[in-house]
Design a protein around this ligand. Structure first.
Ligand code: SF4
Length: 348
């Protein structure tokens, strides 16, 4: 994976002395720095929205997260999902997936790292302790890829050390990145899983701009498993491209051939979905895109998804491959309606 080297760094004045800020600056010498009061007020100027996005993603902001660093993830009504917490370690990322729901989500698209790690770890610890014996699930990667900046921040090691104290709590680190060297020197622990979004290479080429290739992701997952970690496979978003079945089948076969099946914790399946605001952002940035061509219908949560029979067909076909090749691996749907779950009880 190409090392991220921003063209400019914005630093909030009150985190200049933070050890995490200093670590990031040591790793990025000679990058021009602008000191600011609030990362939310940064404006990148430009005439074309796509240029503003591209320019924003070439910068980096270092900030203190105001408000909660650990938030409960809630599905909208009618959508089935697990109750868990996500860790707000950053906003945006330097990859540029065409379907990314973060387009237009924040005040700007600048990758932003929150360096108040000690407060973050304290909040996580407090949630775990409050949950007691019930156990509680966290994930990182909701609003910023979990690893893409990890060599700069060193956050994953801190999280793993914390979760090693609490075997009842579980952490999933979600990524498309391949710079996971920091993990390889730490032995894996059972309650931390590293999950990748895997997409057929045709999808990576078409829509997942600036991300590592499928081959790079699989090789990294192999290494991470060898270091003792369990991994998760996220097929989300599944995009119904031409020859979608052959492409996804070939990819699943590659994954099951190369990964240790006993160390795959789950395969999650989620069809491409979008709010109207995301569709506007996608079209504004790339009027020629074919991502939004297809039979999409509005669902109970306001998001558009492939027409239900199409989704059921996709999940059934892929679920059958998972049952045949990955015997015993838990397959689940991501952000789906109860009707779709009910139609697939025999497969999942
Ligand atoms: S890797 Fe995730 S956060 Fe980054 S651009 Fe792609 S979808 Fe968005």
């Amino acid at each position: 994976m190409k090392v991220f080297y921003p063209k400019k760094i914005f630093i909030e004045k009150d985190v200049v002395k933070s050890p995490v800020t200093q670590r990031i600056l040591c790793k990025l010498p000679n990058v021009p720095v602008e000191y600011i009061d609030d990362y939310r007020k940064i404006k990148i100027k430009g005439r074309m929205i796509n240029n503003i996005y591209k320019e924003s993603k070439e910068c980096l902001a270092i900030a203190r997260k105001k408000g909660k660093l650990v938030k409960q993830f809630r599905c909208r009504d009618g959508i089935i999902g697990s109750t868990e917490y996500y860790i707000a370690h950053g906003n945006n990322c330097c990859f540029d997936c065409e379907y990314c729901f973060l387009q237009g989500y924040f005040d700007n698209a600048i990758p932003t790292l929150f360096v108040n790690h000690e407060e973050m770890l304290t909040e996580i610890r407090d949630v775990i302790i409050a949950a007691g014996d019930k156990g509680v699930v966290f994930h990182a990667g909701e609003l910023c890829d979990a690893f893409v900046f990890d060599d700069l921040t060193g956050l994953s090691r801190k999280l793993i050390h914390l979760f090693s104290e609490f075997p009842n709590a579980r952490l999933e680190l979600r990524t498309k990145a391949t710079n996971l060297e920091s993990l390889l020197s730490e032995s894996g622990i059972d309650n931390v899983v590293i999950s990748w979004t895997f997409s057929p290479q045709v999808i990576v080429d078409a829509y997942e701009h600036k991300t590592p290739s499928l081959e790079e992701r699989i090789s990294t997952a192999e290494e991470v498993q060898k270091a003792g970690y369990n991994v998760g496979i996220c097929l989300d978003p599944i995009i119904r491209c031409e020859d979608w079945y052959d492409n996804y089948k070939a990819m699943l076969n590659m994954l099951f051939d190369r990964l240790d099946i006993t160390k795959i914790e789950f395969v999650s399946l989620g069809g491409f979905r979008f709010l109207p605001s995301l569709a506007r952002a996608i079209r504004e940035r790339n009027p020629q895109t074919n991502l939004l061509l297809g039979e999409f219908v509005p669902c109970i949560d306001g998001k558009y998804r492939y027409f239900r029979p199409i989704r059921v067909e996709i999940y059934r076909e892929l679920g059958n491959i998972i049952r045949q090749r990955g015997k015993g691996i838990r397959a689940l749907l991501c952000m789906e309606t109860s009707e779709v779950w009910n139609e697939l009880v025999d497969v999942l």
